[in-house]
Design a protein around this ligand. Sequence first.
Ligand code: MF3
Ligand code: CO
Ligand code: CO
Length: 257
Amino acid sequence: MKTERTETIVILSQREIEKMRRAGQLAAKLLQYLEPLVKPGVTTLQLNDAAERWTKAHGAKSAPLGYKGYPKSICTSVNEVICHGIPNAKQVLRDGDIINIDVTPILDGYHGDTSKTFIVGNASPKVKQLVEVTEECLRLGIAEVKPGAKIGDIGAAIQEYAESYGFSVVRDFVGHGISNIFHTAPDIPHYGIRGKGKRLRPGMVFTIEPMINEGTWEFEMLGDGWTAVTSDRKLSAQFEHTLAVTEDGVEILTLSA
Ligand code: MF3
Ligand code: CO
Ligand code: CO
């Protein structure tokens, strides 16, 4: 999500982290359920409706639905869409497209926020490289997370790696604290300077969700007020996990276990 957050950073109890773990596992399972549905000919609305049914059947709610007026249950960001693409009956996936599916079920009051970029059918080596580099950016960002590290360490690791391939890092959308609230402090930029920013402490829970572009990092907002696209209409990829800072490092909460 966008902009500076000024609220204080909360430290979650073990009991709350257990709830985040359950919500996170459900989110990971939802992405696993959706993955085989991603094929040429499917519409993004079909993916949304499948996700909504599955979420309800598992006793959870879709956090995006109605969030600040967002109209659907998941985000489906295709090709030049950076994030918050809205599922649509007229949007048919085609061979060679890339699609980020971002899901956030709420289970027992807590949020599991995770996304992956999938390749539809066959893609060129260049497209595959963007997707692979973006996934590695998430991995490298997560590897920085431990008590005593600074928020800037995460962004620096991601930015260095993405830019070494000539790709750019989106500035206007960042990771975020998350708990029983969808988006809260702190902001987690995917660019930055080592040693800068707030110190990480055990019990902090936040997302890392780098959006990496083939061309410029600059974005434009489409008329629907949600869909963020690259200004040059080149491709953008994204991966996201929800994480907890532990006593000695990091726990990825959005794994299917
Ligand atoms: N899941 C997105 C994120 O990673 C937020 C989507 S907000 C919505 O922060 F309203 F667009 F769904
Ligand atoms: Co998020
Ligand atoms: Co998300």
